[in-house]
Ligand binder design. Structure first.
Ligand code: IMP
Ligand code: MG
Length: 170
């Protein structure tokens, strides 16, 4: 059973707002870097709500998660295809929890010389933060619940749900 936390309509409305805000902040070139796998749905909707020039790239990391907790160690599984040199880069992430994954990503991407580097996360769990990571665009702040859907998984399941929910029974 899944309890719905954010409906498809709520998510779509907010993603549209975020796309508009990012586009206004960067009216010219914009390079979206999505973190696989969780961000694939958010990226897809966000990019389609932006008009004008947008390019995309993907990277994949593993946070050595065991079940629903993070160990803090991050491993790069897939790197970007192109350089970030002189580009306006937005990291597109599904959720900031402890902040460890995002801190690692921001550090390695900043070292590649983008013109600007900002982060967009659909979800944030502020009460779980272990490091003070900066996220310029946050879709929704949520409580400390393990959520699935809209790209987010539990043991690789539920990524296909069009809404965000909490698993009450597997
Ligand atoms: P952090 O490094 O603790 O901030 O966690 C980052 C990663 O953990 C996210 O990119 C997700 O892949 C995963 N994660 C954290 N919270 C959740 C959740 O509630 N549902 C699904 N995945 C989560
Ligand atoms: Mg993730």
């Amino acid at each position: 059973m899944i309890d719905v936390l954010l409906t498809e309509a709520q998510i779509q409305g907010r993603v549209r707002e975020m796309a508009g805000q990012i586009r206004r902040d960067f009216p010219d070139g914009l390079h979206l870097v999505a973190v696989l796998k969780g961000a694939f749905v958010f990226l897809s909707d966000l990019a389609r709500r932006m008009d004008g020039d947008v390019s995309l790239d993907f990277m994949a990391v593993s946070s050595y998660a065991k079940g629903t907790t993070t160990s803090g160690e991050v491993r790069l599984l897939k790197d970007l295809d192109t350089t970030l040199d002189g580009r306006n880069v937005i990291i597109v992430e599904d959720i900031v929890d402890t902040g460890l994954t995002l801190t690692y990503l921001q550090d390695i991407l900043r070292a590649r010389g983008p013109k600007t580097l900002r982060t967009a996360c659909l979800l944030s769990k502020p009460s779980r933060r272990q490091v003070d990571v900066k996220v310029e665009y946050v879709g929704f702040e949520i409580e400390d619940r393990f959520v699935v859907g809209y790209g987010l998984d539990y043991a690789e399941q539920y990524r296909n749900l069009p809404y965000i929910g909490v698993v009450t029974a597997p």
